[in-house]
Design a protein around this ligand. Structure first.
Ligand code: ARG
Length: 430
């Protein structure tokens, strides 16, 4: 039976089409639904819409449901529309009329909103934890390999000397930019929609400051229509944060695939972290990083998928909004898996030393040699031409000395400053 039953049963076809997969996705909201209900009924009691004795029965009953959720025993039964209905049915089955009182001044529209906000806060914190672990790994690899040179490329042509210190450190710093997006999404999620009811508020004197405080939100969504509008806005912010991290991670995965290619051979992994071929007995393939690249590419389509789903929806609640769960819920899990896998793999990465000693990289030193002439007083354009002509006529011989200040002995000069920046951002999520 539906919460909205008023004397007729909807057709079975209607039920499976409108609920579908949502029941399973809603399980991830269950603990937050109970948390939201606890705050709501405390507030109802404070404004006289529930008796103290009723609250004293409802809270332990909700706690029992919360415990069953943590034990993994909570299910949304067949024929029950969603998590919100299941919790209310359980309460009513246990406490009768008292259970039926908890929905005063509330709609499933603000109920699902508050569940989602609490859920996204936690998911963003978990994403931030994964980013932090990978960041720390990259920074320590950057320090460990700061002096090991590797080629830098532009247009995929050998360009200038780079180093493993720079390469690892670049991805660490890039993650600080992505963390800005995670923090922004967190701040957007961290606002209380409860009390907006169906999207236009309630005539009861709901104490929205009280639920804001009980649920640990930074502030309420003050305008009840804006609260309802945040369904979609929050998801798009989360999706942008996910896409930002995924773009960094996908790029890193691509580099590793390339550096693992036999024609480069810059990095390798222990045998047990590679995969094989059913026909070619010698293969040690980078499937992990290919899957990571593919998953991260797909994750970058998230903001697009949400835009296509929600662009130009009429103001107020529309059921289309439910479908955002299909898009965003699996994505947070996938991103966290990719972050954890990247950290696991990089813990075992082996990097090649002395790459630039190979004559195939001789031309990588031309800019160094131009700069050396400049330091001796030759105008840059003349020095450039002199070295260029020697490359053309085959007489160029590299001096192989690299003295960029950002390479060699100091690797990435700013690792400490970058770490401070990351820690400042992480502190905003505590
Ligand atoms: N499953 C619904 C959702 O995610 C819950 C809200 C239902 N509200 C409604 N007016 N039908 O949006």
């Amino acid at each position: 039976m539906q919460l909205w039953n008023k004397g007729f049963e909807p057709d079975k076809m209607i039920e499976s089409f409108t609920v579908g997969l949502d029941r399973e996705l809603d399980l991830r909201l269950a603990r937050y639904d109970v948390q939201g209900s606890m705050a709501h009924i405390r507030m109802l009691e404070s404004i006289g819409l529930l008796e103290k004795s009723e609250l004293d029965q409802l809270l332990p009953a909700l706690q029992e449901i919360a415990d069953s959720i943590e034990r993994g025993e909570f299910v949304i039964e067949d024929g029950v529309e969603d998590v919100h209905s299941q919790v209310e049915f359980l309460l009513t089955a246990k406490l009768g009329d008292i259970g039926k009182k908890i929905h005063s001044g509330r709609s499933r529209n603000d109920q699902v909103l508050v569940d989602l906000k609490l859920f996204f806060r936690d998911e963003l914190r978990r994403i931030a934890d994964g980013v932090e672990r990978l960041f720390n790994r990259l920074q320590s690899l950057s320090e460990e390999h700061r002096d090991k040179l590797m080629p830098g490329y532009t247009h995929l042509q050998v360009a200038m000397p780079s180093s493993f210190g720079l390469w690892f450190g670049a991805y660490a710093e890039s993650l600080t930019d992505d963390m800005q997006m995670v923090v922004a999404a967190y701040n957007i999620a961290n606002q209380n929609p409860l009390g907006s009811a169906a999207g236009y508020g309630s005539s009861f004197p709901l104490d929205r400051e009280m639920t804001t405080e009980l649920l640990g939100f930074a502030n309420p969504h003050y305008n009840v229509v804006a609260a309802q509008m945040s369904r979609g806005k929050t998801e798009r912010a989360v999706a942008s944060a996910i896409a930002a991290v995924a773009s960094t991670l996908g790029h890193l995965a691509m580099d590793v695939c390339m550096w693992m290619c036999n024609n480069f051979g810059f990095v390798k992994f222990p045998d047990e972290l590679t995969t094989g071929s059913s026909i070619m007995p010698h293969k040690k393939n980078p499937d992990v990083f290919e899957i990571m690249r593919g998953k991260c590419n797909r994750l970058q389509s998230l903001p697009n998928e949400l835009t296509i789903l929600t662009a130009n929806l009429p103001l107020g609640y529309n059921r289309d909004l439910q479908l955002m769960k299909d898009i965003v819920f699996p994505a947070t899990t996938q991103l966290i898996e990719c972050l954890d896998m990247a950290d696991f793999m990089l813990a075992h990465i082996e990097v090649k030393e002395g790459i630039l000693d190979d004559p195939r990289y001789d031309y990588i030193f031309t800019v160094e040699d131009v700069n050396r002439l400049v330091l001796q007083g030759v105008p840059f354009r003349d020095a450039y031409r002199q070295v260029g002509l020697s490359v053309q006529d085959g007489t160029y011989r590299p001096t192989r000395e690299v003295h960029h200040t950002h390479l060699g002995s100091i690797g990435n000069p700013a690792n400490g400053l970058i770490a401070e920046k990351m820690h400042g951002l992480l502190a905003q999520l505590k």
